[in-house]
Design a protein around this ligand. Structure first.
Ligand SMILES: [Zn+2]
Length: 113
């Protein structure tokens, strides 16, 4: 249930930005998660609602984008997406891989007025 902690951290960022931008309310929050963060969107949505209760972001819609895991093979330099937890190179079979996408956790944009 790390969604609760993440939702709390992100809600604080949202409210900070809203204050800086002098928004009277936040209408939408666009968030990107790497697949490796293993967010359950429904749980995150619920946790975020709790975190922004009684704030100017309480009615904000939340849009969650999940970024697929991408690897780069250190042996043959092929880049590929991970499918069904198969952590080996699709080209040469090497398991010596770099993660180039999938651990992201950030707010893409905040909308409000
Ligand atoms: Zn390879």
């Amino acid at each position: 249930m790390h969604e609760i902690r993440i939702a709390k951290d992100l809600s604080e960022i949202v409210l900070d930005v809203a204050r800086q931008e002098k928004l009277s309310r936040v209408t939408k929050v666009n968030i990107s998660f790497g697949q490796m963060i293993q967010i359950v969107p429904d749980i995150f949505d619920f946790a975020f609602r709790e975190a922004v209760r009684d704030t100017i972001a309480m009615d904000a819609a939340i849009d969650i984008e999940i970024l697929p895991v991408r690897m780069k093979c250190k042996n043959c330099e092929k880049e590929f997406s991970i499918i069904e937890n198969s952590y080996s190179c699709t080209n040469c079979g090497s398991t010596d891989l770099d993660i180039i996408q999938g651990k992201e956790l950030f707010i893409k944009s905040i909308e409000g007025d």
